[in-house]
Design a protein around this ligand. Structure first.
Ligand code: NAG
Ligand code: NAG
Ligand code: NAG
Ligand code: NAG
Ligand code: NAG
Length: 463
């Protein structure tokens, strides 16, 4: 009886859950979001192993449903990270991004598009969940994104002519700042007509003018002629490179030239800029040439081209200090030799002083000899190479004296030879031989202020 009851309950529960699954599946099937999953399949997953889904809508259920469907459709061919636009982490730069949002949150989403979180040259697919035929919001969105220099943006639209992809071509035949939403692809018979989802927009700038901030910085930028008469031309290595690029990308160059020295200005780590950098930061110019150094800090505020030249750093070090007179004197012998010598001499003096005061003792007769009157003085005389006038008669003091004289002779010769060799060589202390030594020995390093900005992150200046 009890068993039957349990079984019945189980059946009720399971039939319930089956019904629930069926209705969910029906719901997703109704709106299968093939248009999104095909872009992911055909574009994102061929270029990257993962992409970012960012939801920016009030109603979380809708986003959950769309994402669930995508998960099901992409068959795990690509991995992704789902985030909420109000809670974005700074950790990585997102490059392939699907944004699901509603009109009301457009401004909020744009505010969150900061350069440390998003790669502005990345690829953005935007899906609005409300009124996908509203063109005004696209105008607004594209204007804002082009201000951020985000150009690879597609929005999925759905109006009377069906589902389409729309984007903007900032540079085109008619305009140099267009943000008109144009149709680039259509979704018909459950598939996109074209496979080209993100057309290249920066290959042809249609002769549009780009403002180039520059200054004299030879040999990158050289001014020929007279600036005051407005009769000058700019030449130099980077001017030539710029002209070639302009030729390939089809843009015209408008110089914003300042001949005064130091016109390049500065870009501080906190973003404060002066000079030519200010023109870039304030977007009064589009680009800047003149031997700029690419650094991590500056890259946060302005985007650099590829590096075209590399420079080594030079550290100029003074010659080694000359030896002082005293150093020259003791330099020929090692410290250990000097110590041994001192021990031997003090031992000699000690013995002599201990034995000398008793003229009649046997020890004195054996060691010094009774004829010798000033034995301590004799040690000094022997050391500097003077001659002994009174010699002891006994053989023991004679042998001792002779060995001491020989010892002094050897030491003196060695010292003179070493001193001679030392005086022949370069008369200063050895200098530093590597950057590592400069760092390890904590030398003070002086650097020109203009270079300091570029190199302050280097270990040699980090103190
Ligand atoms: C969608 O936007 C268009 C254009 O702005 C407007 O004419 C239309 O009434 C909107 N539809 C809805 C359902 O809000
Ligand atoms: C597109 O809009 C039409 C009505 O204008 C609607 O019936 C259809 O479901 C929409 N398609 C998608 C995929 O949203
Ligand atoms: C686009 O450029 C034209 C001149 O070329 C200017 O009149 C217009 O205001 C610009 N539009 C925008 C949106 O910047
Ligand atoms: C460069 O731009 C001009 C002006 O729009 C255009 O007429 C020309 O065809 C373009 N050149 C190339 C090679 O596309
Ligand atoms: C401009 O400079 C060039 C050479 O530098 C000279 O030949 C030419 O006469 C100058 N033109 C004017 C208007 O001063």
């Amino acid at each position: 009886m009890f068993e039957i009851l349990i079984k019945l309950i189980l059946i009720i529960i399971s039939s319930n859950s089956i019904a629930c699954h069926a209705s969910k599946y029906k719901q997703t099937h109704e709106n299968s979001h093939d248009e999104i999953s095909q872009v992911i399949d055909q574009f994102f997953s061929t270029r990257s192993a993962y992409f970012n889904v960012i939801k920016c809508i009030k109603n979380d259920d809708v986003a959950g449903m769309i994402i669930g469907t995508l998960l099901f459709k992409t068959h795990g061919s690509i991995s992704y990270r789902i985030e909420d636009c109000k809670n974005l982490k700074d950790s990585t730069k997102r490059r392939f991004v699907l944004i699901i949002m509603d009109h009301l949150n457009t401004d909020l989403m744009i505010e969150e598009l900061t350069p440390n979180r998003f790669d502005y040259s990345g690829f953005y697919l935007i899906y609005y969940i409300d009124n996908q035929s509203d063109i005004d919001i696209l105008h607004y969105l594209f204007k804002k994104l082009s201000d951020l220099f985000i150009y690879n943006v597609n929005v999925i639209c759905n109006d009377s002519s069906g589902i389409q992809l729309r984007t903007f071509f900032f540079f085109n035949e008619r305009s140099c700042n267009s943000t008109d939403p144009l149709v680039i692809n259509k979704f018909e018979n459950n598939r996109w007509i074209s496979k080209d989802f993100f057309p290249r927009k920066m290959r042809n700038l249609f002769g549009c003018p780009l403002k180039v901030a520059t200054f004299i910085y030879e040999p990158a930028v050289i001014m020929q002629g007279s600036y005051d008469d407005n009769n000058y031309t700019l030449v130099g290595s980077e001017v030539e490179i710029l002209k070639e690029i302009a030729n390939v990308l089809n843009f015209s160059i408008q110089y914003s030239f300042d001949p005064s020295p130091g016109a390049w200005g500065r870009l501080k780590p906190n973003g404060e800029a002066v000079g030519a950098f200010l023109k870039i930061v304030e977007r009064k110019s589009d680009l800047m040439i003149g031997s700029l150094t690419r650094t991590k800090n500056k890259s946060y505020f302005i985007s650099f081209s590829s590096v075209i030249t590399f420079n080594g750093i030079f550290v100029v070090i003074p010659p080694g200090a000359p030896f002082s007179a005293f150093e020259k004197l003791i330099r020929p012998f090692d410290k250990s030799v000097w110590i041994c010598l001192m021990i031997i001499l003090s031992l000699g003096f000690f013995i002599v002083i201990a034995v000398a005061p008793k003229p009649r003792s046997l020890m004195r007769k054996i060691i010094i000899g009774k004829e010798v009157k000033m034995p301590a003085m004799n040690i000094i005389v022997a050391l500097v190479g003077g001659s002994q006038h009174i010699l002891p008669k006994r053989s023991t003091p004679r042998i001792l004296l002779m060995s001491f004289l020989l010892f002094c002779l050897v030491i003196r010769t060695l010292y003179t030879a070493a001193l001679f060799k030392f005086l022949q060589s370069d008369n200063s202390k050895p200098t530093l031989s590597s950057i590592k030594e400069v760092i390890d020995k904590k030398f003070t390093v002086y650097v020109d202020p203009t270079y300091y900005d570029n190199f302050w992150e280097m270990k040699i200046l980090k103190r």
